[in-house]
Design a protein around this ligand. Structure first.
Ligand SMILES: [Cu+2]
Length: 277
């Protein structure tokens, strides 16, 4: 009995461990799945938090110290001091120094996100009101990705985050993401990869990520885009190279772009004929 429970636990564990999504009572970031996000988490945990804590504690100490030392009952005649050159130089230089120290890793992360390495896979994400459309320009694949309604959810599918057609990418490969929108502003965001870019109609933004482990990763549209803004999630499935190749073969048939284009051509022709009449 115990053995069966153990086997069940072991087999169900990877699904739990690999899925990256918000959790109840979560504090801080989702577990990172790319170097870029690891850098961001480091920057936040080991640089920003200590600095913020130190500044807050120091200012709190100054306020309490001033309240006690310079209270009215103890200072019948108010001090007339208005200038102290040394202190003024210090309180100008120290914040400057803190900013410079923070800027170095901050710019490093920013540039590494902005500089796109040679891509192994390119995915184009198009924001619509209210779902995401995806294209694999090099593979002749195009599909739409809709949120799964509550009533249709399967056991392991998180609410408001699962979609019918997931983006599938290989692990440990550079994935370039071209991001645009068709109607209003949206934003393609995936916390575990440290990716967030605006989707702007009429312009293509680009970013990249390199997932360092397999699993299912969830994100959401992050630019208020209308009434169903909360219902256009992003699901990326990171799989092994072989699984990706297998998916490609299926997807090329299921989501072939050419057929859609052919339909479009026919529709255009019909419209033309109608116009002539
Ligand atoms: Cu949106």
């Amino acid at each position: 009995m115990r053995l069966i429970a153990y086997i069940l636990l072991i087999t169900s564990l990877p699904a739990l461990v690999n899925a990256e999504q918000p959790r109840d009572w979560q504090l801080g970031f989702q577990k990172s799945a790319s170097q870029s996000m690891t850098d961001i988490v480091w920057f936040h945990d080991y640089m920003l938090l200590p600095i913020i804590t130190a500044i807050t504690a120091f200012v709190l100490f100054l306020v309490i110290y001033a309240c006690i030392k310079f209270r009215a009952s103890n200072n019948k005649i108010a001090s007339q001091t208005s200038h102290n050159t040394i202190i003024e130089v210090i309180w100008t230089l120290v914040p400057c120094f803190i900013l410079i120290v923070m800027a170095v890793p901050s710019f490093k992360v920013l540039y590494s996100q902005d500089k796109i390495p040679p891509a192994d896979v390119t995915v184009k994400a198009i924001g619509y009101q209210w779902y995401w459309g995806y294209e694999y320009p090099d593979e002749n694949i195009i599909f739409d990705s809709y949120m799964i309604e509550d009533k249709d959810l399967k056991a392991n599918q998180p609410r408001l985050l699962s979609v019918d057609n997931e983006v599938v990418v290989p692990v440990n490969k550079n994935i370039k993401v071209l991001i645009t929108a068709n109607d209003v502003l949206h934003a393609w965001a995936l916390p575990s990869f440290g990716v967030k870019r605006d989707a702007v109609p009429g312009r293509i933004n680009e970013t990249w990520f390199r997932a360092d482990r397999t699993g299912t990763f969830y994100g959401q549209c992050s630019e208020l885009c209308g009434i169903k803004h909360a219902f256009m999630p992003i699901t990326v499935k990171v799989v092994t190279e072989e699984e990706y190749k297998k998916w490609l073969i299926e997807a090329k048939q299921k989501f072939a772009k050419e057929i859609i284009e052919k339909d479009f051509k026919i529709a255009k022709k019909i419209a033309k004929v109608k116009d002539l009449k």
